[in-house]
Design a binder for this molecule. Structure first.
Ligand code: ADP
Ligand code: MG
Length: 292
């Protein structure tokens, strides 16, 4: 075998073993529990560990993340889907090398796509699979159709909850709705709970145990615990400054806690999900075929 032939074989092999992103969908039962802050800061910590991370803002209600990052993206998902923009055009650069995609109105319209548009979307997501190691999807709270479809098609879900009683009941309600869909089980999704705004690790543990107990008993759901983020006054301060807490206060307790969550996700047990992952293109395909 000469050198040129060897090279051709290597390229062939690489094409066959397509790189797929690990997709992590962040959701919650109710709003204002910290999803967007978790998404962005987790992305930053994972990026600092050497992962190529893209955050996808699927909360079309409020353009949360662009306000948090203080960036105004030139284009959003809708520009890509309907106005011929390329994937590279809709990925805005964020801090610490993270990329950011604004869903814009593109997601609201996801339910009315024709076949060509779906194929186009899947192709773009396949392209994103090739350039990102991890895609974090920040969803809106609650149970709108698109959010539900996204979560149902996801292989890895981070459920953010806080110790307030309403947050726990809303988190349970969301799990219950998920479990009503048979696709959800067929998909072998892994759900990790994050306890946010706790006072110490004990409160986080207790919150997880409470939710896990009812989820196991009434829904036969096996949840994992990713960890907790303490209440930290530095976090709202960072939000006011329109910068992620991990950027302006890298040593704040919340920044350190999110680092631990990233570490856990990226190592050991937390990493297993990646092996079976079908990427973002797989997720979008499942979403539309209903062929979970
Ligand atoms: N760990 C925390 N400590 C203190 N305040 C927090 C914490 N997490 C979130 N917050 C507050 O909650 C607000 C809502 O967070 P956000 O990420 O926008 O929630 P969501 O995306 O779920 O609506 C933030 O602006 C911040 O003031
Ligand atoms: Mg949000």
């Amino acid at each position: 075998m000469d050198q040129a032939e060897q090279l051709r074989n290597i390229i062939k092999r690489q094409n066959r073993v397509k790189h797929l992103a690990r997709v992590i969908t962040v959701t919650s039962g109710k709003g204002g529990v910290g999803k967007s802050n978790v998404s962005v800061n987790l992305a930053i910590q994972l990026s600092r560990m050497g992962e190529r991370v893209v955050v996808f803002d699927a909360d079309f209600g409020l353009a949360n993340i662009e306000i948090m990052l203080g960036v105004r993206p030139k284009y959003n998902l809708a520009d890509m889907m309907y106005r011929g923009k390329a994937l590279q055009d809709v990925i805005s650069p964020g801090p610490d090398n993270i990329g950011f995609i604004s869903g814009g109105s593109g997601l609201k319209e996801l339910t009315n796509l024709d076949r060509d548009q779906i194929q186009n979307l899947v192709r773009m997501m396949y392209e994103l699979d090739g350039i990102a190691d991890i895609v974090i999807i920040d969803t809106g709270a609650g149970i709108s159709n698109t959010v539900m479809d996204l979560v149902l098609a996801s292989e890895e879900v981070l459920l953010v909850a806080t110790p307030e009683p309403t947050s726990i009941t809303d988190a349970y309600a969301l799990l219950k709705t998920l479990c009503r869909h048979k696709e959800f089980y067929a998909n072998h999704a892994k759900i990790w709970m994050i306890a946010n705004r706790t006072h110490g690790y004990k409160e986080g543990n207790e919150l997880f145990e409470k939710l896990d107990a009812v989820a196991a008993k009434f829904l036969k759901l096996d949840m994992g615990y990713l960890g907790y983020i303490p209440y930290d006054e530095k976090l709202p301060k960072a939000v006011m400054r329109q910068q992620p807490v991990t950027v302006v206060y890298p040593n704040a307790v919340s920044s350190k806690a999110i680092y631990e969550l990233a570490l856990y996700l990226n190592n050991g047990e937390g990493r297993q999900a990646r092996v079976s992952g079908k990427g973002l293109s797989g997720l979008i395909t499942r979403m539309f075929r209903g062929g979970y």
